[in-house]
Ligand binder design. Structure first.
Ligand SMILES: Nc1ncnc2c1ncn2[C@@H]1O[C@H](COP(=O)(O)OP(=O)(O)O)[C@@H](O)[C@H]1O
Ligand SMILES: [Mg+2]
Length: 404
């Protein structure tokens, strides 16, 4: 059946699909999957052969440069998230790695192999697109088997591999359905199965949960993580959702406007953001406009837009007179009912009990908005008449950035 399907499929692809989501696979014995069905890159592959390294990658569409000097690495078997707002160039990076575009400059290596020398269909990369891009007239089984059919894997071996993936992805009982007869989550699993069918060296996922609702997304994120760990496949996941990135990846490559803004673990970026953008993108933080009025080795003084002054520990990187932005995370703001030095006056506060956390939406005297959060200790939340009217910022944890 697949041989005729392969012919039909070629026609279908030519008409409807600009790209195939499985760009070849490398034979590799890994937990849950049988070794090399599809042949592989010549010679045995050690661990280092599965490290992805992207160096100084740049690309333009026409005259417009959309990514510049993108560099990052994914150690063998790890999962890294490429994170950033819509339009910042994430998919362009993925397309360059997959070989779907030729970047203007830069080097992409898998181990010591320069991928620019290898056509897309021989790169042995599995890709899952946001839209899943399943073949609508193919069943689940046919969709998953498609890359194997492309590679002329003997039919006998194909069905064994498809069965393994069907089991791994919990698609039993659905194998003869068409994509339209599946839920979004099931379609997503089929897309992952198809990307893994040819035993790729690298898995690229472009916003793979974007089309799914929140609860389902979280379940599938956990499933994907388990699968990735059990297969030990080097994986790049693209997302604009910082929570998703932090759930899935131990390392984030944070992009903004075509550039890498910061690379680090979610905690590193959260605790030590390299820029105001990184500070705002990972976790929540409030901003208060300020001017540097004193800056010494031991302490510095900021005059806030409210007119109040704060003394920060240590020296700032800004000269006296500079306009800056002070940022503070909600968990670093404490509420008080009494005025003491260093506390800021509050003119209004709205408190929301969000599950185990109380979130306070605060307005300072000049209208600046500030969020505070604290664990809700009592079983009940009582709206008190006796509202706190001052806030204290944990000044050791606040950050100061240049005003944009
Ligand atoms: N084929 C294309 N031709 C021209 N511009 C494009 C093309 N693809 C993407 N772009 C532009 O390049 C920028 C980056 O796009 P993309 O890589 O898709 O970003 P992201 O995936 O982060 O949303 C955007 O401004 C987008 O409009
Ligand atoms: Mg994109």
């Amino acid at each position: 059946m697949l041989s005729t399907l392969a012919t039909d499929k070629k026609k279908y692809i030519n008409r409807r699909l600009p790209e195939c989501d499985s760009l070849g696979g490398r034979g590799r014995a890994s937990a849950g999957l049988s070794p090399d069905l599809a042949g592989g890159i010549d010679g045995p592959l050690g661990n280092d052969a599965l490290r992805l390294s992207v160096s100084d990658l740049s690309h333009s569409y026409g005259a417009k440069q959309v990514i510049g000097d993108i560099s990052f690495e994914i150690p063998a078997g790890e999962i890294v998230a490429l994170l950033g707002p819509s339009g910042c160039g994430k998919t362009t990076v993925l397309r360059a790695i997959a070989g779907l575009i030729s970047p203007r400059s830069g080097v992409i290596r898998l181990g010591s192999t320069d991928l620019s020398q290898i056509p897309a269909n021989a790169r042995r990369i599995g890709v899952v697109f946001q839209s899943f891009a399943l073949f609508p007239h193919f069943t689940v089984k046919q969709n998953i088997a498609y890359p194997l059919a492309c590679q002329r894997v003997p039919r006998r071996d194909r069905s064994g591999r498809v069965e393994e993936l069907v089991g791994l992805l919990r698609l039993e009982g659905l194998v003869d359905r068409l994509p339209r007869e599946l839920s979004g989550g099931q379609q997503q699993r089929v897309a992952v199965g198809r990307a893994l069918a040819a035993n790729p060296s690298l898995l690229l996922l472009d916003e793979p949960f974007g089309a799914l609702d929140r609860g389902l997304r979280q379940d599938l994120q956990v499933e994907l993580l388990k699968l990735q760990r059990s297969l030990g496949i080097t994986t790049l996941i693209i997302t604009h959702d910082q929570e998703e990135a932090q759930t899935l990846a131990s390392r984030l490559v944070l992009m903004n406007d075509g550039r890498v803004e910061q690379i680090g673990s979610p905690c590193e970026i959260y605790d030590a953001p390299a820029s105001l953008f990184a500070n705002q993108f990972i976790g929540h933080s409030s901003q208060i406009a300020a001017t540097v009025v004193d800056n010494r080795d031991t302490e510095s003084v900021l005059r806030l837009s409210t007119g109040e002054q704060l003394v920060l520990p240590g020296k700032l990187d800004f000269p006296t007179g500079d306009h800056v932005v002070l940022t503070v995370r909600p968990e670093h703001v404490r509420l008080h009912s009494r005025m003491l030095q260093g506390r800021l006056k509050v003119i209004s506060i709205v408190t929301l009990p969000l599950g185990p956390t109380l979130t306070h939406n605060i307005i300072l005297s000049d209208g600046t908005e500030l969020k505070a959060s604290e664990p809700r200790r009592s079983a009940e939340f009582h709206r008190s008449q006796d509202l706190p009217t001052f806030v204290e910022l944990d000044l050791r944890r606040c950050k100061v950035f240049a005003k944009r």
